[in-house]
Design a protein around this ligand. Structure first.
Ligand code: GLA
Length: 387
């Protein structure tokens, strides 16, 4: 991947195993995973790799290519605790996972981890879930505790709630752990069921990163969740999946303006996922555009999680349209910055990327970063433990 120092250079001993996890992009179903909706992300071929070695130091020593050039960060395993803020905040992700394994009974005597990642952070491509999942695979191999893929996703979600304190749903951990090459991962967040759906092979998933960093731990994400839950309570339903658009219209006057907007997004997005899936299944790719655009507009106006840069990228992609092979575009992930997802016909990809960058760079000071990605397999150990 790069000329970063090797494990042996950092820790003066070779690593014993290595795990790798893809990032993810969400095709449709935004901000509904923590409300029990169905979502359709895909794992993408940008990877985070974690190499590990068990030690007897009593410490967790962490080195990441994103945060270090020299010495690793050292945390005492006995007093492992969340890091509230500051430059070492990122260490919450691996530390949170290790803490989960300790609570399952793993008496980890010490651990060295070297992390290297192609998944941009804060860009809506699940760098967090990729890191958690790769660390989990390493811990599983060392501890001998074996988890199913859904148990692994749940453990990583618990770690994210407990250490970085992001009240995330389960979509990202499931997508990066259960991805399948060439397929989307249809995940039912209420019943925890996964089905993979074949994506047309002449389509490239293009992620356009605004470079505007989001921080989901800063409260806005949790606030959206609370607003939705309080709206649901007033509507008197167990799940937004039981609320039709008509029900919502009839009862909107009982909600505050903000609650009504949030609920409109959730109910609409639940329906858009179903429409998107049936279009994919029937091969009607032309009509994906309207569904994706409606999702974006709702995230912008009802859920208020977009930003000017994301809106401009979606507008540009839509304006480029069919002539540039565009089948659809919208913001992806938690929002407040981050990236858009663009479905583009393979034969037009280069022209599209060039034209999109050109338009964006004319309007904004920072340049857009474009990733051409493909739906990939989920996380796995890439080098087994040496005995
Ligand atoms: C973040 C969270 C996910 C999901 C998305 C929004 O990526 O980690 O659980 O809620 O935002 O769809």
């Amino acid at each position: 991947m790069s000329r970063a120092p090797s494990f042996a250079q950092i820790f003066q001993a070779p690593s014993q195993l290595k795990a790798s996890s893809p990032g993810r992009i969400n095709l449709i179903g935004e901000h509904i995973d923590y409300l029990g909706g169905r979502v359709l992300p895909a794992a993408i071929d940008l990877y985070t790799s974690v190499e590990g070695r068990v030690t007897t130091t009593g410490s967790l020593r962490l080195w990441s290519d994103k945060f270090h050039t020299g010495l690793p960060l050292v945390l005492a395993l006995d007093s492992l605790a969340p890091i509230a803020s500051g430059p070492d905040y990122w260490a919450n992700y691996p530390a949170g996972v290790i803490d989960q394994f300790r609570s399952l009974g793993w008496e980890c005597p010490g651990l060295d981890l070297r992390i290297e990642s192609e998944v941009p952070s804060g860009a809506g491509m699940s760098s967090s879930a990729a890191l958690e999942t790769a660390v989990s695979l390493v811990c599983e191999a060392f501890s001998g505790l074996s988890l199913s893929r859904i148990e692994r996703a749940l453990l990583c979600q618990r770690a994210e709630h407990a250490f970085p304190k992001v009240p995330c749903g389960l979509m990202d951990q499931v997508a990066v752990g259960m991805g399948r090459r060439g397929h989307g991962v249809l995940f039912d967040c209420q019943f925890l069921e996964v089905e993979t759906i074949l994506l047309p092979d002449d389509i490239v998933i293009i992620s356009a990163d605004t470079g505007v960093k989001h921080a989901l731990g800063d409260g806005e994400y949790g606030l959206r969740k609370e607003q939705c839950q309080s709206a649901l309570e007033i509507l008197g339903s167990e799940s937004f999946r039981d609320v039709s658009i008509e029900d919502l219209h009839k009862n909107e006057s009982r909600l505050t303006d903000v609650q009504a907007k949030r609920a409109r997004h959730v109910v609409g997005e639940i329906a858009r996922v179903e429409r998107f899936i049936s279009l994919l299944r029937s091969g009607d790719m032309q009509s994906l555009h309207d569904v994706m655009l409606a999702s974006h507009v709702s995230l912008r106006d009802n859920f208020e999680v977009s930003c000017a840069e994301l809106d401009a990228l979606v507008e540009s992609a839509c304006a480029l349209g069919e002539e540039y092979g565009v089948l659809g575009a919208r913001m992806t992930g938690g929002g407040f910055g981050g990236a858009t997802v663009n479905l583009v016909r393979r034969d037009s990809v280069e022209r599209f990327c060039e034209a999109l960058s050109e338009r964006y760079n004319r309007e904004f000071d920072n340049s857009v970063k474009i990733y051409q990605t493909h739906a990939a397999d989920g996380a796995q150990l890439v080098r087994e433990k040496l005995v």
